[in-house]
Design a protein around this ligand. Structure first.
Ligand code: B12
Ligand code: SF4
Length: 482
């Protein structure tokens, strides 16, 4: 139901650099034949997240076969696999963008009109022989932070780079799934906006162990002028529901104040960490949206020890992360019916047992109790532990010591031979193979993937009885019912 802002950004930059731009969002518009989109001499850009990276390579190959002069790739998964993409034997991809920098996209598109790609040295653009090896491990986060300015991220997009049918499809899908959560479903128009950037947790030096969001440590707030101009551009499109793509905007209180001063947006979706979802913070957000404010938060588990040691939900270990989750539920209830919650839990953190899974179910029951009265609990997402390249936990692919220490910390062990066969051999895969995912559960948890899936189903069943809730992955794109 959410349109692809990254594509709109890249499309806007390309248009401003003088290119004719054609965008296609497979996630929303479905697959189409490359012949319709690609011609001789074109520059073809692919936006790749983990779930679509292999498909992206296939598309890159057909673009080259159709005569594309360059095929380039960006977005979070490409950023973490730049070397692997660039070293594919038949070289279908020529450059990988390893950051959210629009300055890098513009420099690249201007330069290739004049110079050959081999000589290009643009910060955050990897070419063959010059990979960046981005990762969310602590040292790399510090490095990421030093290498950006606010200009790299903030650019008012030209929303008309997507055609009208695209927008109509997105809006009707949103209305079909979230309409009941609004006063006037028929007029809703939703869009993703970049009103701030990054996560305060990662900005202090390290990320949650599973976090695979590229550029997450760059915590940045734009100036008021940018917010004004962005909201004007969205108002021209009649956008009434804003999804701020920043990873933990809830702690960007200056943004709350700026929105309140400018006059609230009708409806706002924000990411937030439980640690900072307090009554005081929510009071600051009260006037940023007039009708509805949905907070999307990774609560992850109902077991404090997993939150502290396995997920590593905060750099400091003082206090209780579970109490922070529980306090956030009450803060949202007390802030009133404008505030809603969407949160996620994981079954399969290091050290997970059926007891800890039960504690997560208990947290879910508590959240239903606390928030059902005014239908403030919109979505509880439940997932497996997703072993992803780029995340801090992906160090198990490269370091036996890391893998062994992690296994020992949960009372288990892993032999060097098992580690080699099950993880090290796959360190350069494009996506983490299913066998590694299964080995993760075997070596680092006390549950199996099947048990994780059973708990995921239990969460869905619980949520299906919650009035007004949206179930499963329905909140991702699904064509509207006629
Ligand atoms: C909004 C959002 C969504 C929305 C909108 C979809 C979308 N495609 O944008 C919804 C809710 C639908 C969604 C769905 C999914 N998402 Co999502 N989503 C985000 C989120 C929060 C913000 C993205 C955003 O708009 N950023 C702002 C824009 C301006 O930046 P951007 O998209 O990154 O694009 C910039 C650069 O990456 C680069 N770039 C991007 N593409 C390209 C292409 C070229 C050619 C070039 C040159 C540059 C370039 O330039 C842009 C300019 O700044 C990110 C987390 C994050 N904060 O980044 C996760 C994130 C991208 N999503 C993620 C995932 C996994 C998914 C799903 C697979 C979830 C699922 N299992 O269903 C689906 C897949 C959808 C898809 N095919 O893209 C992961 C990707 C992980 C990874 N490392 O691969 C992220 C990082 C979050 C996470 N870790 O869980 N998502
Ligand atoms: S709170 Fe979210 S965005 Fe921040 S480091 Fe953790 S998973 Fe990443």
């Amino acid at each position: 139901v959410w349109p692809h802002l990254g594509l709109a950004y890249v499309g806007t930059v390309a248009k401003r650099c003088g290119y004719d731009v054609v965008l296609h969002d497979e996630w929303i518009q479905g697959q189409t034949s490359m012949e319709k989109l690609v011609g001789e001499g074109d520059v073809v850009g692919l936006s790749l997240v983990t779930t679509g990276i292999e498909r992206g390579v296939e598309l890159a190959r057909s673009a080259k076969a159709l005569g594309a002069s360059y095929v380039i790739a960006g977005n979070d998964s490409a950023a973490f696999r730049d070397q692997q993409l660039l070293e594919l034997p038949d070289a279908p991809i020529d450059a990988v963008f390893t950051s959210n920098s629009v300055v890098a996209v513009a420099s690249f598109l201007r330069s290739i009109a004049m110079t050959s790609i081999e000589g290009l040295r643009i910060p955050h653009v990897a070419i063959r022989g010059h990979a960046y090896r981005l990762s969310n491990e602590p040292n790399s986060l510090a490095w990421q932070k030093e290498n950006y300015r606010a200009d790299d991220f903030f650019m008012v997009p030209d929303l008309s780079v997507f055609d009208r049918p695209y927008w109509e499809l997105v809006w009707s899908a949103y209305r079909s799934q979230f309409g009941h959560k609004h006063r006037d479903a028929g007029s809703l128009r939703n869009a993703v906006a970049l009103l701030s950037h990054g996560c305060g947790r990662a900005a202090v030096g390290d990320a949650c162990r599973y976090c695979s969001i590229g550029g997450v440590a760059n915590f940045a707030m734009p100036d008021k002028n940018y917010i004004e101009r962005t909201l004007d551009a969205y108002a021209l499109f009649g956008i009434s529901v804003f999804f701020n793509a920043a990873d933990s905007a809830i702690e960007q209180l200056e943004l709350a104040d700026a929105l309140a001063q400018r006059g609230p947006v009708p409806s706002l979706v924000l990411y937030g960490r439980a640690q900072v979802i307090t009554s005081r913070t929510l009071a600051r957000w009260q006037d940023a949206a007039s009708e509805r404010l949905l907070i999307n938060c990774g609560m992850d588990s109902g077991d404090d020890s997993l939150l502290q040691k396995a997920v590593q939900k905060a750099a400091n270990t003082r206090g209780s992360r579970l109490e922070e989750n529980r306090r956030a539920l009450r803060a949202i209830r007390d802030a009133g019916e404008k505030f809603h919650l969407h949160y996620s839990v994981i079954f399969g953190s290091p050290g997970e047992t059926t007891d800890s899974c039960e504690r997560t179910l208990a947290l879910i029951d508590e959240s239903i109790d606390v928030l059902r009265h005014k239908q403030q609990l919109d979505i509880v997402e439940s997932d497996r532990w997703w072993l992803n390249f780029g995340a801090a936990c992906a160090e198990i692919f490269r370091s036996y010591d890391y893998a062994d220490t992690l296994a020992q910390s949960v009372g288990r062990s892993i032999s060097r031979a098992d580690w080699k066969r099950e993880f090290a051999l796959h360190a350069d895969a494009l996506v983490v193979p299913a066998s590694c995912q299964e080995a993760w559960y075997r070596h680092f948890t006390d549950i199996s993937l099947d048990i994780a899936d059973e708990y995921i189903e239990k969460v869905k069943r619980r949520m299906s009885n919650v009035p007004g809730a949206i179930i499963g992955r329905n909140f991702a794109f699904r064509k509207p019912s006629p």
